[in-house]
Each structure stands twice: as structure tokens, then as C-alpha cells.
Design a protein around this ligand. Sequence first.
Ligand code: PGA
Length: 241
Amino acid sequence: MRIIVVENYDEMSKKAALMIASQVMLKPDSVLGLATGDTPSGMYKELINLYGKKEVDFKEVRTFNLDEYYGLDRENSQSYYKYMMTNLFDNININTENINMPDGMAKDVNAFCDLYENKIKTLGGIDMQVLGIGGNGHIGFNEPNVNFEAQTHLVELDEQTIEANSRFFESIEDVPVKAISMGIKTIMNSKKIILLANGLNKADAIERAVKGKINPSIPASILQLHNDVTIIIDKDAASKL
Ligand code: PGA
């Protein structure tokens, strides 16, 4: 694991955007694995800036998102589909046919998850996967006591996640309790991984993920076994290392 500690959120976002832009320069038809949440939104702004300056071209890029709430229509303002369109895709020259997101309204969830996995494989696997981390150590929606062997599947959200994400909904009752998420195995099959974290509320999770035993109770700890992980964190998230 390479750990890069930066001063603040802006620096974290810029570094991560440069890594993605470099990946796309080296391989214009890269398969990117993308994340949602507060953590990567600054990185997406930077990528839009770089695109505006013609320093990166997304024409051939293919993307797969990590997760989506189950039971939320993609037009819902809180869907991760909406987040991705607003925060990135509507502002760059990606071909919409190259965008892949879990379908939160899939009728046959298992069949959908198999299709998603197969499509990732058919396109040659994920070249670079971006991850945030939950305060409970989750990556994607792979919650504590995770099965490290799982691929894309339907998951039940942890109470801590529902609580954390309720800030985006009118009330905690409105937060979906299930999601479709890439599994740990899907994430671990990515060729390169970048994990981003900022803020004191992530310091415990970062400490346990990086220094603790590899353990299903802290899903991000499995990343210790991956051979190309870069962790970009601000001073606060690094304060317990
Ligand atoms: P956040 O979420 O970026 O909104 O903090 C990260 C996560 O839960 O994975």
C-alpha cells in the first residue's frame, strides 16, 4: 500500500484527479470503477476542470459504479445515478453507452448482478477503481462482517451507514435499507485501486484498515492484500496512523 498524506481535501481531490487523468492518458479506453459520496465529489470537479482545459479526454472511457440504492428510481434526487450525472457525466464527453451503473430497480436482482460482473469481465476488468471508506470501514456497500468472496450482490445496509447517509434524506426512514454493490472480490480484481478519505471521522477506519488485522469486521482491511493500492488521505484522516 502506498499512503500519501496531504494537507487538505482540495489537495486530496487534485491528486486523485491527476491519477485518473494519467490513467486515461496512458490508456484512453480505460475501464474506471467509480464511487459516490462527499469524498470523491472534489475529485470529479477537478476532472471536469482538466477536461475543460483539454488535458483529458473521456471519449473512449468505460465506467462501472460501485453501488446504487435498491428500490430507488434513477431519477430520484438521491440516486447514485443522479449523483454521477450531475457531478461528472453531464460535464464531460463520455459516451453514455459506456456508463454502467447498478440498476436499483432491477426486477431480477441476481440476474442483473451476474450481467454486471460479466460485463466488467468482458471489457477486460477494471483498470482503476476509486474508493471512499465508511466510518465503519465499508468499501462500496460492503458492510462489516462481509464475505470477502462476494461479487456484485444485493446487500443490507449497516445501521451506521443508514445513519450517516440520512443527512441526504428528509428523514432516516427515507434511507433505503438495501443496495446493489460490487463485492469485495469484484473490487480486489481491479488492477489498480485508489482509496480516498478526509476528516477526523474517518481516522479510526483508516487506522484499522491499514494497520489492523485483515478481518471481515473491517472490510477495507482486505486491501492490504492487493498489490497496487494508493491511499490518499488528508492529515485528519491520517491522524491515527
Ligand atoms: P462519504 O461516504 O464519501 O460520503 O463520506 C464514503 C462511504 O460511505 O463509502
